[in-house]
Design a protein around this ligand. Structure first.
Ligand SMILES: C[S@@+](CC[C@H](N)C(=O)[O-])C[C@H]1O[C@@H](n2cnc3c(N)ncnc32)[C@H](O)[C@@H]1O
Length: 242
């Protein structure tokens, strides 16, 4: 099993990130909706949807949303909120096909860059391009590699529900690693998140040759302009041209 298959599906991932911010997701989606003013029949695909915090909010705003994720555990949670305009499916972003085209494909909160082989990242972009209508948008929300590396906080300890999470971060020229050592009563577990360090130019390279032009680069959920050194996020919006 790859790390992203076991970790995102483990109960400890859900405990560590249980306070994941729903108001932050709502703020981001509100700002996207203000910017693009999509009509009521707009169809969204949330790729790497997790438990569906963005999908559910978009659906509450009246839109059609499909969410794809690998993690059964996250999907079980998301599926509780399904309705005729909100559906969740277990699919792998590296090799999925769709039977309809979307106005927006979202990949939010660093749901990218997990794969050992860089060609899989290109495959994700190919699948996104195939899933988009002409003039549709792909929204990628990733961490800002430059800032994360410059300001890396190497060690952190968190205690949640009497479980101790010891987190140690390092990086090399290709990846950032987050080693998570867990002590739960007498049991110990280890997981390592491994995410590729992808900058703006690299994302543009993934999109090249796929009829996807970069239209906007934002640096946070308020959609402030992206700044390489200062921004917390790297939010890139590509438009499908043909
Ligand atoms: C950091 S979480 C973000 C989840 C969600 N977007 C959010 O903001 O709450 C990344 C998600 O990507 C999913 N994921 C990882 N690899 C995947 C793959 N190959 N195909 C589909 N989803 C994947 C994980 O299961 C996890 O739910």
């Amino acid at each position: 099993m790859k790390w992203f298959e076991s970790w995102f599906n483990s109960k400890y991932y859900h405990i560590l990130y249980q306070k994941r911010d729903h108001s932050e997701a709502a703020l981001f989606i509100d700002n996207i909706l203000k910017t693009f003013q999509p009509g009521k029949n707009t169809k969204f695909l949330d790729l790497g949807c997790g438990s569906g915090r963005h999908s559910i909010y978009l659906n509450q705003k009246g839109f059609h949303v499909d969410g794809f994720d690998l993690s059964k555990k996250s999907l079980e949670e998301a599926k509780k909120k399904e309705n005729n305009k909100l559906k969740f499916y277990q699919k792998d972003m590296r090799n999925f096909t769709v039977n309809k085209k979307y106005d927006f494909v979202l990949n939010l909160f660093t749901s990218f860059g997990y794969f050992e082989n860089d060609s899989d990242n290109k495959n994700v972009f190919k699948n996104i391009s195939k899933s988009l209508k002409t003039n549709g948008y792909c929204i990628i929300d990733f961490f800002n590699t430059e800032k994360v590396v410059n300001q890396i906080q190497k060690n952190e300890i968190k205690k949640i529900n009497n479980i101790i999470f010891n987190i140690h971060k390092t990086y090399d020229e290709n990846f950032i690693y987050k080693k998570i050592s867990i002590t739960d009563k007498k049991n110990k577990y280890n997981f390592t998140e491994k995410v590729r360090l992808i900058n703006k130019q690299k994302f543009i390279n993934y999109a090249s040759g796929l009829n996807m032009d970069l239209e906007f680069s934002f640096g946070d959920y308020n959609l402030a302009k992206y700044n390489t050194e200062l921004s917390d996020r790297l939010i890139l919006i590509f438009k499908k041209t043909a």
